[in-house]
Ligand binder design. Structure first.
Ligand SMILES: CC(=O)SCCNC(=O)CCNC(=O)[C@H](O)C(C)(C)COP(=O)(O)OP(=O)(O)OC[C@H]1O[C@@H](n2cnc3c(N)ncnc32)[C@H](O)[C@@H]1OP(=O)(O)O
Ligand SMILES: O=C(O)CCC(=O)C(=O)O
Length: 379
């Protein structure tokens, strides 16, 4: 993949829209700092139309003078534009619904009204000298011919970017590819993909959009965001690297630290099996897997955990095999060269796992060994 690809992280905007989440100014500054230090080139940091307090927070982030482009979000209206222009943001992003469902039921407006708003407000925004991005809310449920019309108008009025929003997460990677490829044919503007995870497809859809010609990907740390969230920064960065052989410029070693920072600030616990950053995603128990890993890491690891500054862990449990048992005892300085003794320990470990639902401690392993050996000796 040689095309340029830019991550625009919206943890501080859509991420904060997660129901119940509210970051303090200090938390927002710390997250912005960590993202910038990791090499995230753009971030969407707030909604000026919310008022003075939000603008103060946006200005506090701007005052950090981070080497990133800062974007603020607003509706495609003159008052929201005016609020956005009170902020030291590099990119003014103004959003308008483009699906008939939203236009009819939410705004009670027509498609012509959309074209008028784009003409009036985008032209005015462009005159401000800021970079201008147009958000196409609910684009995934909009008429593609109308999207092309809006795109042409936005370009003529001086926008640099379109954001294609799958607001309700109703696309799959195939339909995403088709929709983005169609839009790509109709515009020379940059295109940002904003995917939601209602069906668990936000990252897959983001990667599909990038393949279809999107230039920017909107992400959030830990996949925070409205309802089921957005495409996770850590997943998109690693997906681009491993599935598209591309480079987002984001330091993969920083991803876990940022995830923990946002976990604490958001109060949203990251699941143990959350891809890339979950506590247990490099932990193995199954006998066949551990045997394979001992022979060659690529058998059961699609990438090296060291890319994230992480390490593989193996645990003993109900699904262990004899190789794993020998490995665990080897770590305790006990060489198991007797097959029958190993088998007896394996049975003991399985019983323990079923009874306690946890792995045995080193002390318990020592006890199992002594008991099994004593039974063996007296048999
Ligand atoms: C898909 C998304 O994530 S969009 C971003 C959503 N994020 C947020 O809503 C978080 C921040 N929001 C807020 O703080 C408030 O909702 C504000 C300050 C933006 C607006 O507050 P209020 O003026 O009290 O209005 P409220 O939120 O109740 O309703 C939204 C209004 O915006 C209108 N609206 C919504 N989108 C747009 C748009 N793109 N262009 C023009 N008007 C819009 C609605 O029709 C409604 O207007 P109405 O009062 O004339 O019916
Ligand atoms: O900027 C936009 O238009 C998209 C807003 C958004 O968060 C969404 O549609 O899910």
């Amino acid at each position: 993949m040689n095309r340029s690809l830019t991550i625009n992280d919206t943890t501080l905007r859509d991420g904060e829209q997660t129901a119940g989440v509210a970051f303090t100014v200090d938390e927002k500054c710390a997250i912005a700092y960590a993202l910038a230090e990791a090499g995230v080139p753009e971030m969407e940091i707030g909604i000026p139309a919310m008022g003075d307090e939000e603008i103060g927070c946006i200005q506090a982030i701007a005052a950090l003078r981070l080497p990133v482009a800062l974007m603020v979000w607003g509706r495609l209206t003159e008052p929201d534009l005016a609020a956005a222009l009170r902020c030291d943001a590099d990119i003014v992003h103004l959003s308008i619904p483009v699906s008939d469902i939203h236009l009819r039921h939410k705004l009670r407006q027509s498609r012509d009204w959309v074209i008028d708003q784009v003409t009036r407000v985008i032209e005015r925004a462009a005159l401000s000298g800021r970079r201008v991005s147009l958000g196409l809310e609910d684009a995934s449920r909009a008429d593609p011919a109308f999207l092309a019309l809006v795109a042409a108008r936005a370009q003529a009025c001086g926008a640099q970017r379109l954001r294609f929003a799958d607001t309700l997460g109703v696309l799959d990677p195939f339909t995403t590819y088709e929709a983005l490829a169609r839009l790509r044919e109709h515009t020379e503007l940059d295109i940002e993909i904003h995917a939601h995870n209602d069906l668990g497809l936000a990252t897959a859809n983001t990667l599909a959009a990038l393949r279809a010609g999107a230039t920017h990907a909107n992400t959030t740390v830990n996949g925070l965001g409205e309802r089921a969230g957005n495409a996770a920064l850590e997943e998109v960065v690693m997906g681009v690297r491993h599935l598209m052989h591309g480079d987002t410029g984001v330091n993969t070693q920083a991803l876990v630290g940022i995830s923990r920072l946002v976990e604490r600030a958001s109060g949203r616990t990251v699941a143990a099996n959350k891809s890339i950053v979950g506590e247990a995603v490099f932990t193995h128990e199954s006998g066949i897997h551990i045997d394979g890993l001992l022979k060659h890491a690529t058998t059961y690891e699609s990438f090296d955990p060291a890319e994230l500054g992480r390490e593989r862990r193996t645990v003993l449990g109900k699904h262990s095999g004899s190789h794993a048992v020998r490995l665990a005892y080897g770590r305790l300085g006990i060489a198991l060269d007797d097959e029958a003794l190993t088998g007896s320990l394996l049975a003991r470990i399985r019983d323990h796992a079923m009874a306690t639902k946890r792995e045995p401690s080193p002390q318990e392993l020592q006890r199992f060994f002594q008991e099994s050996r004593a039974r063996w000796a007296s048999a």
